[in-house]
Design a binder for this molecule. Structure first.
Ligand SMILES: [Zn+2]
Length: 311
């Protein structure tokens, strides 16, 4: 998986190429219909060179050349109009006039570039379309009303999850979301992911099944694809890694060790992780190992979910 930055640069380049091709096409079209345009363009190019020379010479004839250029441009516009083209038909085409599709203005990243990077960060996050729509703003507490205890627990869970998503990077914290199946763990994970994306953080969402399947492929198969290795790198580098539904995958000695390594190395590197699971501490210890259970319940913040079945 390519980085969001590389993908954004590629899109900027393809915009430039597309518009350049369009401009060349328009140019050819005009020259066929209006052959005298060639003369005006040659004259314009010549005066452009003269203007540059005049500037270097200290401004002699500067005004004269400038007005000559203006009159040539006027002629060009009129010629275009007279032949049924719009007067700006041969002007440069840009999708962003601020940076002229270069992505930078005075050495600083243009807003259009930032938007593209954010778009690709979100695309790279592995969140489904549906999950992209699951935000704290859309979190429907109505689903939990009617049962006072459930309501109280979920209000607290939501508040803690929101707080976490606003500060995990500064606090270097990680989160364990524990609760039975269908109590909104995935929804909460999506809310956290979307909030982190809004804040410009890189996020990778993956189910426990997917991530261990991937690790097994990388570990046991010789034909590692470039794509798989890039995704692994993206997972390792993400500001926030979210592993959903731990305990539903097929656990082997390998996956147990892989999970410990992942949890441990992210803790050491102070990178934030969210893990959701329907297992309790004892079950985590039984299924994986005591040391994983201790790491997760001891060093992660724990959020409990409770509920009526949301599915
Ligand atoms: Zn721009």
């Amino acid at each position: 998986m390519k980085s969001a930055y590389a993908l954004a640069m590629e899109e900027l380049n393809s915009r430039q190429e597309k518009n350049k091709a369009e401009m060349e096409m328009r140019h050819g079209e005009v020259l066929i219909k209006v052959p005298e345009m060639a003369k005006i363009e040659t004259a314009l190019a010549k005066e452009g060179t003269n203007l540059l020379r005049a500037v270097l010479d200290g401004g002699r004839d500067f005004e004269k050349i400038k007005s000559e250029i203006q009159s040539l441009q006027e002629k060009k516009k009129n010629l275009l109009k007279d032949n049924g083209f719009s007067e700006d038909y041969l002007d440069d085409i840009y999708e962003c006039s601020k940076c002229r599709d270069t992505g930078f203005v005075d050495g600083l990243r243009c807003d259009c570039h930032k938007m593209l990077i954010n778009k690709y960060i979100a695309k790279n996050s592995n969140l489904s379309e549906l999950m992209r729509k699951q935000t704290f703003e859309n979190f429907d507490m109505g689903l939990f009303t009617g049962d006072e205890k459930v309501e109280k627990v979920m209000k607290k869970a939501c508040g803690e999850a929101l707080k976490f998503s606003n500060s995990f990077d500064e606090e270097k914290s990680s989160l364990l979301i524990m609760g039975a199946a269908g109590t909104g763990k995935t929804f909460l994970s999506s809310c956290i992911a979307n909030r982190a994306l809004e804040r410009g953080k890189t996020v990778y969402y993956v189910s426990a099944f997917q991530i261990f399947d991937m690790f097994e492929k990388i570990h046991f198969e010789k034909g590692n694809t470039e794509e798989l290795l890039q995704t692994e790198k993206y997972i390792n580098d993400a500001d926030l890694l979210i592993i959903d539904d731990l305990g539903t995958e097929f656990v082997t000695q390998f996956t147990a060790a892989a999970l410990f390594n992942l949890v441990n190395s992210r803790l050491i590197e102070e990178k934030s992780t969210v893990i959701s699971t329907n297992l309790n501490k004892d079950e985590l210890a039984d299924l994986y190992s005591q040391r994983i259970a201790s790491r997760l319940t001891g060093e992660y913040k724990v959020i409990l979910t409770l509920g009526k079945d949301l599915r």
